[in-house]
Design a protein around this ligand. Structure first.
Ligand SMILES: [Zn+2]
Length: 409
């Protein structure tokens, strides 16, 4: 009865369910409520995501992420749609209508399924607990904001993104290139729903419970935040290092270290163990690893890319791909000693069965630079033998021709 009265009161005031309760499973908003308006705008953003060139619609990856989502979002599995977006920044977001984005920068930085599951659980809780509606109702000028959202979704929201304060997990939004920013609709919509610190804390706490209930290792919840702090410290850019030390660039979010410590305390208290799903996770991202590392290099923060590679290489998997990209990172960075480091990394990659064939070409170029012409010849010939119809065959043949007659080591 009491519940009924509360619901009735809330309905008469705000024409929506009581927000202290989780939302009902499988239910959209009532018509003619403010929530219905939010869903409509979110649906526009969702359609834009579906049509975006960044949308990674690889069926296996989509099925994998959907499966992990279901494990931690139960019984709301059918109410939540997670889109993987090819964007090299750590970010995950939830729209009011259950449409969610996980960016590949986050997936590249996760080392286990349990880490991803925690993030997906966190986003699911924002939806289940009606956080965007709560944030919406806290807005002072809602009518104008709705107009702005509407216009922003219709155009692009590029300018607005530059100071969007409420990307859910983004740590380095300032590092986004214009190409990435263009058409990031959900971020634009989300910029109007600054989740309160209380909501963020609740999302972490309830996501933690969901992680444990799904049988995952509770220790995994804090790993991403600890890694983020370490990665910020490894940045080439002083402003990123300072920001990392200080924590999140947005005051709306709990400080990373504080967040990590809270989750570590929760893990210690449960005393439970569970699975990390490390191998399963790596198997799921393996086909995308090279593409995501290449995209990460596009951010031009080589210290951070090396940090990511170190973390991925710690398990001893995918050494051919990882050492190749380590070589690529040093080759592009060009600091003192980087040439030798690139050469060493390419060599390490070349002995691994999963090395990209391009390693032989890069190795050849590097060996030319260091005067190891006989080795360079061997590498170039190996490359041409492995990729007979390479598009750059003529370039490699020209390089080989130049080497002819020169004495090598
Ligand atoms: Zn959040």
């Amino acid at each position: 009865m009491r519940t009924f009265l509360v619901v009735l009161l809330a309905t008469s005031l705000a024409a929506s369910p009581a927000l202290s309760d989780p939302r009902p499973v499988g239910l959209g908003p009532s018509l003619a409520t403010d929530e219905a308006g939010l869903w409509e705008e979110s649906s526009k953003a969702e359609r834009a995501a579906q049509q975006s060139a960044d949308f990674n619609n690889d069926p296996e990856l989509t099925a994998y992420v959907g499966g992990v989502t279901c494990k931690v979002a139960t019984p709301y599995c059918d109410d939540i749609r997670v889109y993987v977006m090819d964007r090299p920044v750590l970010n995950a977001q939830m729209a009011p209508n259950g449409y969610s984005e996980v960016w590949t920068g986050l997936m590249l930085r996760s080392t286990s399924e349990a880490e991803l599951a925690f993030v997906l659980g966190h986003e699911a809780v924002h939806f289940i607990e009606n956080h965007s509606i709560e944030a919406w109702r806290a807005q002072k000028t809602r009518a104008n904001v709705m107009l702005a959202i509407s216009a922003g979704v219709a155009i692009a929201g590029v300018a607005a993104m530059a100071n969007a304060p409420t990307i859910d997990v983004a740590q380095s939004i300032q590092d986004l290139t214009n190409a990435v920013i263009d058409g990031v609709y959900l971020a634009y919509v989300a910029s109007f729903f600054a989740f309160s610190r209380a909501n963020e804390a609740e999302a972490d706490r309830l996501a933690f419970d969901r992680l444990v209930a799904a049988g995952y290792n509770p220790q995994a919840a804090s790993v991403m935040w600890r890694n983020q702090i370490a990665e910020a410290a490894a940045s080439d850019f002083p402003r990123v290092r300072v920001r990392g030390a200080r924590a999140s660039i947005f005051n709306t979010h709990p400080i990373d270290a504080e967040r990590a410590a809270t989750l570590e305390a929760l893990a210690a208290k449960t005393g439970k163990t569970g699975e990390l799903g490390r191998e399963r996770y790596r198997a799921a991202i393996r086909p995308h690893l090279a593409g995501w590392l290449k995209a990460d290099l596009g951010r031009r923060d080589y210290g951070q890319t090396l940090h990511i590679i170190d973390r991925l290489a710690a398990t001893g998997d995918d050494i051919g791909v990882l050492e190749f990209f380590r070589g690529e990172t040093y080759r592009r960075r060009r600091k003192d000693g980087d040439q030798d480091k690139a050469l060493a990394a390419y060599l390490a990659a070349s002995t691994a069965p999963d090395a990209p064939v391009a390693v032989w070409r890069e190795l050849g170029d590097m060996q030319v630079k260091t005067g190891a012409t006989a080795d360079a010849r061997f590498s170039y010939e190996k490359y041409l033998a492995m990729v007979p119809d390479a598009q750059d065959r003529w370039i490699v043949e020209a390089s080989l021709k130049k080497l002819t007659g020169t004495s090598g080591t």
